[in-house]
Design a protein around this ligand. Structure first.
Ligand code: ADP
Ligand code: MG
Length: 340
């Protein structure tokens, strides 16, 4: 069973970046306003995330890393209306099977933080100790994949820093009101600082330094069920974001892949990406760099299939073609107004 757990865990947690994404989502789910990340060896030696969120109850520690244990679903019906990221209860469990995991957490109104280590899905009892600490949770993942040498060999450790930076940047863009930071342990310079009050446009410019202010323009749509009969089955589509303006020039070579969040999950959606590229192609000069697009899309949770794959990055939803058409048609109209 231990081998099976390890293999299953290795399919859910495929890289330091992917572990970090799960941990960031947990911090956001816990209503954190500040999320600080520290790494050593690009997250392979140490990957640490500290938040100021709600914290974990001491009595929940023993089951924290049990597979399919989650505090986020109480009723079975909730499954169709999940709006928090996590619901599988697999992230911490998986990480504990392929790394050393330490958790320190303090709830508001509690006097003490509790610190504990986990191995292979189990709390190591004798390590549960009271500890000093501010409100919130610190999770430290050390020696990721120490027992999965094939995974270690297959990852290019050098590439991981950019991926970590990238995923933090995207969550920072989609979560204005939350402060983020990234530092390399032992490095006096902080790699990324996003202050709590920084607005979305300035977050984007901090992360993608080749973008200037008037490259970007707000893009919002709201389609409700009443609009036409056809949309009735979709329920609603809302979308807010920041997209390339028509002066998005080719002076600097930029190829920033579009950023999509659907119901607050960072996802990839190739059909939407292609459709957006095509929409822009009639407005930008030939050979212009790929337009920057960030969309925070909200769909009726009932039409989402969040169960596609444990890593949950490629999203699937019902009426996909129709929804993509609606979004890109609105984008088309929006751009044509800018053009006139
Ligand atoms: P899930 O997010 O699917 O519930 P996880 O394995 O990611 O499963 O987390 C298990 C549980 O641990 C969560 O349901 C939550 O109760 C608790 N937890 C994890 N990280 C945090 C955090 N940063 N703050 C508060 N609680 C957390
Ligand atoms: Mg989770």
């Amino acid at each position: 069973p231990d081998v099976i757990n390890k293999i299953a865990a290795g399919e859910i947690i495929i890289s330091p970046t992917n572990a970090l994404k799960e941990l960031i989502e947990n911090s956001i789910d816990a209503s954190s306003k500040s999320i600080d990340i520290s790494i050593q060896n690009n997250g392979f030696k140490i990957l640490q995330i500290s938040d100021d969120g709600s914290g974990i109850k001491k009595e929940d520690y023993p089951i924290l890393c049990h597979r399919f244990t989650t505090s986020k679903i109480t009723k079975f019906e909730d499954l169709s209306e999940i709006d928090t990221f996590g619901f599988r209860g697999e992230a911490l469990s998986s990480i504990s099977h392929i790394a050393h995991l330490s958790v320190t957490s303090k709830r508001r109104n509690e006097d003490l933080a509790w610190k504990c280590q986990f191995e292979r899905g189990q709390m190591i009892d004798e390590t549960l100790k009271p500890s000093a600490g501010n409100q919130g949770t610190t999770i430290t993942v050390s020696d990721l994949f120490y027992n999965v040498p094939s995974r270690l060999r297959s990852l290019r450790q050098k590439d991981e820093f950019n991926k970590i930076f990238d995923v933090i940047g995207k969550y920072a863009i989609n979560n204005p009101g939350i402060a983020f930071s990234l530092r390399k342990i032992g490095d006096s310079r902080i790699a990324l600082v996003i202050k709590k009050d920084l607005n979305i446009k300035d977050r984007i410019r901090t992360i993608y330094t080749s973008i200037v202010s008037n490259d970007l323009i707000d893009f919002n749509i709201n389609v409700s069920a009443e609009d036409t009969d056809d949309y009735g089955k979709i329920g609603f589509i809302s979308c807010s974001g920041m997209v390339a303006n028509l002066n998005y020039s080719n002076q600097v070579k930029r190829n920033i892949q579009p950023i999509f969040f659907i119901n607050n999950r960072l996802v990839t959606c190739d059909p939407l990406k292609r459709s957006i590229d095509q929409t822009y192609s009639s407005y930008l000069p030939r050979g212009a760099s790929r337009p920057f697009v960030y969309l925070n899309i909200k769909l009726n949770p009932r039409i989402l299939d969040v169960n596609v794959h444990p890593t949950k990055s490629e999203v699937r939803f019902l009426h996909e073609e129709e929804i993509i058409n609606i979004i890109t048609l609105r984008l088309h109209e929006f751009l044509s107004k800018l053009d006139s």
